[in-house]
Design a protein around this ligand. Structure first.
Ligand code: ZN
Length: 413
């Protein structure tokens, strides 16, 4: 069984298909031998091959362009940690559409033109900072384009400019929250909302940031290949994120088989753009894991919802024959009394066997700490049927970073 598509969305796909192969040499090649005019149903559509990140990389530098060069007003690039980057060309309409979507995100979060938006994600080739700024300007709010780093200056500007909205990664928001607490300046900070770039982050961390900064938190979703951040956000009513149905069609597929799963079931997010000109994408595999949240949202919005991202398909690790996702590890840590939200996992291979060590921050010491460690090990055994080494360290000892914090280190290969 496949899941639902809105009739307007399917119409938009068919409209794109009329001349997609003429506009896009990339898709002319990708869909060679496939007659797109024969796609009549969602089932037909879901038989089309996926677009993989590797395909985009092969199109470097401008092979993804589906418009003449003079129509491209900007490029962005997704950060490949290895190999060739992916270059995404944007037309003016793409840039405008992105701003519209991002402004809508701010509105869903209850942010208004009287807000002052403190933007800490980076500016440059990637889509982070500039997307947050586009949306702020479109909304008519005051953008404070800080970029990352220099905590002293961040806090000074936050006080002087009376910033009311913080845009950050979860790890940087936590770093700022801890710094504000340490300096005892919470009373001078006017923040009321946090818009956090989507990455998998546990409930404990969310609660700590919300609590220490005294803000309401929102998760924003997006990726460079598909505009950038801003294609969806959660609303006041729910933690699941609405994805803008007029711009993007969401499918969830089984990451192993590639087959669509039923609404509500977990799997990999696959996205199709509905209006993009510069680099349209059909069935792009994001490798992000989530699920469609079925039913209508209490807020009354009809934009479909996906759950908070639970991990990446490539984050799955196998230790002693047990498959596990970071979200499961995080859940166990959250359940352990006395363990804080910060953790790091090391996986090694020694003397012919796998050893997994979970380092976590705790205020407990001595016997009390040993009890926390034992409880965590018992929870791992009960939930995942494997027992790691659990090791408590003092609060503040594990690294924080301005970018996404890497927490799982597989040193076996
Ligand atoms: Zn809603």
């Amino acid at each position: 069984m496949t899941h639902s598509i809105m009739p307007e969305q399917f119409d938009a796909i068919l409209k794109q298909f009329v001349d997609l192969k003429e506009r896009s040499p990339f898709y002319a090649k990708k869909f060679e031998g496939i007659d797109l005019s024969a796609v009549k149903t969602l089932e037909d559509f879901q038989k089309l091959p996926f677009t993989e990140k590797g395909d985009l990389r092969e199109a470097y530098p401008l092979g993804l362009a589906a418009v003449p060069p003079e129509k491209i007003v900007r490029i962005h690039s997704s950060s490949g940690t290895t190999g060739t980057p992916v270059i995404i060309p944007y037309t003016q309409k793409d840039v405008d559409d992105w701003a519209i979507q991002f402004a809508r995100c701010y509105e869903y979060a209850g942010i208004t033109p009287s807000d002052r938006i403190h933007i800490t994600p980076g500016y440059g080739l990637w889509t982070a900072g500039i997307g947050f700024q586009l949306g702020a300007e479109k909304l008519g709010a005051m953008a404070i384009p800080m970029g990352p780093g220099n905590t002293d200056k961040q806090l000074q500007m936050m006080q002087d400019m009376e910033s009311t909205v913080l845009c950050a990664t979860s790890s940087y928001a936590l770093l700022l929250a801890e710094e504000i607490a340490k300096r005892g300046i919470k009373d001078t900070i006017k923040l009321r909302k946090g818009v956090i770039g989507s990455e998998r982050w546990g409930e404990k961390m969310r609660a700590r940031i919300a609590d220490e900064l005294g803000v309401e938190l929102y998760d924003i979703y997006g990726l460079t290949e598909v505009y950038g951040p801003g294609i969806g956000i959660n609303c006041k009513a729910d933690s699941a994120m609405h994805i803008w149905a007029d711009y993007v069609f969401v499918e969830i597929v089984d990451p192993e088989t590639g087959l669509p799963v039923e609404d509500g079931q977990p799997g990999e997010i696959v996205l199709t753009t509905l209006q993009k000109e510069g680099a349209p994408l059909v069935r792009f595999r994001t490798h992000d894991l989530s699920r469609i949240v079925p039913g209508e949202c209490d807020c009354g919005s009809h934009h479909p919802r996906i759950d908070i991202i639970t991990g990446r398909t490539d984050d799955m690790v196998k230790v002693k024959g047990v498959n596990m996702f970071p979200a499961q590890i995080e859940e166990i840590i959250a359940f352990t009394d006395g363990a804080s939200s910060e953790y790091q996992v090391m996986i090694d291979h020694m003397d012919g066997r796998d050893i997994m060590t979970v380092f976590f921050e705790t205020e407990a010491v001595g016997e009390e700490k040993a009890a926390v460690e034992a409880q965590m090990q018992a929870l791992f055994k009960a939930k995942l049927n494997m027992t790691p080494v659990a090791k408590g360290v003092a609060v503040g000892e594990l690294p924080r970073s301005e970018k996404k914090t890497r927490r799982i280190f597989d040193n076996r290969y």
